[in-house]
Design a protein around this ligand. Structure first.
Ligand code: CU
Length: 154
């Protein structure tokens, strides 16, 4: 898991080149004006722009990917994301959906929490489960995007 803030001049310094390039493209966009829904960030790399009300983390399932890395960037609002960096125990997960590249677990072992402010991004690699979209102190509207980066680009 990598965490950063596009507002910083040096945000790309510690990022692998593919993330530095894609984050540079994101930084050049008028994020607040981006239309909602799936769109291309560049050829072969898709992103989903979303707007929704944050909700309590309790009772939610964590998601895990195998083929794609998530770059999750908060555009407006605030967001708490739970995640775990422990080796996932796949026996605790439901079936893997090959077409949509995810599987879910109700049990996130050794979990941590991170808090995104606008322009902050969190990058989740395959096998790093995460539960996004959670409220911080109260439910609020957020706008965010998730870039799906094929793992072979890393
Ligand atoms: Cu994800």
């Amino acid at each position: 898991m990598l965490l950063g803030d596009l507002s910083r001049e040096d945000y790309a310094k510690s990022l692998p080149p593919v993330f530095a390039r894609l984050c540079g493209k994101l930084k050049a966009l008028d994020l607040v004006a981006l239309p909602l829904g799936w769109q291309d960030l560049e050829d072969g790399i898709r992103m989903n722009v979303m707007e929704f009300e944050t909700s309590p983390v309790e009772g939610k399932k964590a998601e895990l990917h195998r083929k794609f890395i998530d770059i999750q960037l908060l555009i407006s609002g605030e967001e708490m994301i739970e995640y775990s960096l422990s080796q996932p125990n796949l026996a605790l997960y439901d079936e893997y959906r090959e077409d949509d590249d995810y599987q879910l677990t109700p049990t996130l072992e050794n979990k941590n929490q991170l808090f995104l402010k606008p322009n902050m991004f969190a990058i989740f690699l395959p096998n790093e489960p995460h539960t996004p979209g959670n409220l911080v102190t109260e439910s609020k509207l957020l706008k965010k995007l998730v870039v799906k980066v094929p793992v072979e680009l890393l």
